[in-house]
Ligand binder design. Sequence first.
Ligand code: PLP
Length: 388
Amino acid sequence: MSELQNLDKAYVANTYARFPVEIVRGKGSKVYDTEGKEYIDMGSGIGVTAFGIADEEWKSAVIAQLDKVQHTSNLYYTEPCARLAELLCGKTGLKKVFFGNSGAEANECAIKVARKYAAEKKGAEYSTIVTLQNSFHGRTLTTLAATGQELFHKLFQPLTPGFVHTPANDLAAMEEIVAAHKVAGILIECVQGEGGVIALDADFVKGVAAICAREDIVFMVDEVQTGNGRTGELYAYMHFGVQPDVVSTAKGLGGGLPIGACLMGEKVESVLGAGDHGSTYGGNPIAAAGACNVVARIDEALLASVREKSAYVFEKMQHAKGVKSVSGKGLMIGIETEKPAAEVVKACMARGVLCLTAKTKVRLLPALNIPMEDLEKAVKTILDVCAE
Ligand SMILES: *Cc1c(COP(=O)(O)O)cnc(C)c1O
């Protein structure tokens, strides 16, 4: 093991099972390790580097802001934060944005908004948040409570109370839960990411939206992974013709800098007042300047190319030897392989392709602008490995 890997093992908390690879630099959808070995990056830092590594336009936006001011606190106005909020609202029809630094923080804000809305409108006992089994919403104690996977809950009890989980794609079960609890909000991922890249049924998403409208429940969509062009629409809810009251997002939003956002629609836009919520780094000018560049570039042409590349991957991989099934939307793709996913990832890495896993699947989240040539090469390598 290299000196750096020993150092990391000795001093960095052991929360990550790292691969024995040190990435030192990259460009676009290619990254390089200490030996100069080239990899095609099919994970983009778990869906973060939306336009690849060291993208020139994104870099210019970030560096220009770095030369002006890197941080001011939220006591003062700064331009990137206001421009980013305007961009996000303009493209979604939502009305107000709270900025934090991560997906979990975006979801924390969403949950606070739902609880305060319900407390003021119906009474403090209307505090239950409904989420789906097999969901993933983050690692803080409250977003862990929201996460519908027991595996993550063990040994961290007691979690924040007031969360119930119901099966995905079962509207009758959702109706029962809503009838049995005093519900403030329902939070869903339109495509469950960590849960195995599983898109929800359109009827279910529409049905949940209808229940929320009927019962005056806050309808929240977690777009941390699915957002910002990832699924071939700006936000995944846009595939389903629904309008959420709250959208949380992060990952790809910053293009590689930490930022999270909680977007609030008309119903809840006035819920948060001064002092109700905050975050020292929230709306940080550098992260926001990078995010402005990312969001401005997610136009119809880019989304169409994401859908085309997605169709290419599905066509090549579905029914290929060693592949059981392909799931997901856009460039958020899960592959059920005959070999264990971890084995496929390891073999691909040896051949210069970096992939992710989600549950028992191989997961692909390449940069939205991955060159076709890199995508073709990566798909070929993955299929070679699956077929052997
Ligand atoms: C990654 C993820 C989160 C957590 O985001 P962090 O930035 O790691 O806090 C929450 N929800 C979903 C759907 C995610 O994929």
